[in-house]
Design a protein around this ligand. Structure first.
Ligand SMILES: C[S@@+](CC[C@H](N)C(=O)[O-])C[C@H]1O[C@@H](n2cnc3c(N)ncnc32)[C@H](O)[C@@H]1O
Length: 338
């Protein structure tokens, strides 16, 4: 299971461990891991990690003495953790109930255990969940529904309800890759913003952000998350179809984030209308692994040329999506012709 940690160069490991211990944020329940010259040190709460460190999440082994779900079950269940919620993907209801019971009986600080009850579906990209188990004491203390949680990612926190919005912690590294490209003062339009995992770090990086989403509930969480992360003044959050904002924001964007991988091509006309004279588009797509980039590049060229010159800056595989299918991102620069 992935846990929050910091990643630092191996040489800085000892000093960093002391700094985390002094800040009271060192996680003693998981092992420190070294890989390819980087040391990963587990932390209990990424939001209070000293600013000098960058936080991430990663699989780290549980230390001996701590009771894990695997200790109780006798085998290693496949779990995903989002804040204090554990997610499983189990078809067999008896096995699902067994895992949920073991998770709550273990030493993991878990408030609820959810099982995936449908695929991600519809325009809002939300799935159904079965609530398998809830820790009553933790639930009473938190005043959140079993499907709500607070997820921490690269120093930001996101309140969200898995039953009402799209969210995937697996995209954390990808979101960070995009946000690192942003410079202060840029005008960013996050066309499919969800609860704000691109928009909020972008605003923290100094961008002026317009964030739209068809899902009203997601936009409510995005506004709350903007407040939690102290960037409310830099974000204009709009609930509705992104196609409806072109009149107001035509020609304004220095950067467009298009994270709607199954149908982003339907929105390229809108993207071109929003693009300023020089604009970078981050275009997410799901394609066959044999030729994952050409369809997106052709679609972008068809929508933007000849008004814009199109240059592909990065062809990036984000993750494997299904057998022979990959989730990719194209970073593409549009430059308006003379
Ligand atoms: C794959 S999710 C991405 C959310 C967010 N960027 C993230 O990384 O968590 C796509 C989002 O696009 C929204 N969406 C779908 N159609 C839309 C439209 N026409 N205009 C604005 N948002 C839309 C959905 O509600 C959903 O929240």
């Amino acid at each position: 299971m992935e846990v929050p940690c910091i990643a630092v160069a191996r040489e800085a490991g000892e000093e960093s461990r002391h700094a985390l211990a002094a800040a009271g944020v060192l996680d003693d329940d998981h092992e420190i891991v070294v890989e390819d010259g980087t040391i990963y040190i587990p932390v209990t709460d990424p939001s209070v990690v000293p600013d000098a460190f960058e936080t991430t999440t990663r699989e780290l082994p549980v230390r001996r003495g701590v009771v894990t779900p695997a200790d109780i079950l006798g085998d290693e269940p496949s779990l995903e953790r989002l804040g204090d919620v554990v997610i499983i993907d189990e078809d067999e209801s008896e096995r699902a109930a067994e895992i949920a019971e073991a998770v709550l009986a273990s030493d993991l600080p878990v408030r609820s255990v959810l099982n995936r009850a449908s695929k991600i579906k519809g325009e809002l990209r939300v799935r159904d969940w079965d609530v398998l188990a809830v820790d009553d004491e933790m639930a009473a203390a938190m005043e959140l529904s079993p499907t709500e949680t607070v997820h921490r990612e690269y120093g930001h926190e996101f309140l969200l309800d898995l039953a009402a919005v799209y969210f995937s912690p697996r995209l954390a590294t990808e979101r960070h890759r995009i946000v690192e490209q942003i410079t202060a003062g840029e005008r960013v339009v996050d066309m499919f913003a969800g609860v704000g995992p691109f928009a909020i770090p972008a605003a923290s990086h100094g961008a002026e952000v317009v964030a739209t989403d068809l899902n009203k509930v997601a936009i409510e969480y995005l506004r709350e998350n903007a407040r939690r992360n102290s960037v409310a003044d830099a974000i204009t959050a709009i609930a509705g179809d992104v196609r409806e904002i072109t009149e107001e924001y035509q020609g304004t964007a220095d950067r467009l984030i298009m994270n709607l991988p199954h149908s982003a091509d339907d929105f390229l006309e809108t993207a071109v209308e929003l693009a300023g004279d020089e604009c970078v588009i981050h275009y997410y797509d799901i394609q066959s692994d044999e030729d994952p980039f050409s369809p997106g590049i052709e679609a972008i060229r068809a929508a933007a040329e000849p008004v814009f010159e199109v240059s592909v800056e990065t062809e990036h595989v984000v993750r494997s999506y299904a057998p022979h299918e990959v989730n990719v991102c194209l970073d593409v620069r549009l430059t308006r012709g003379q």
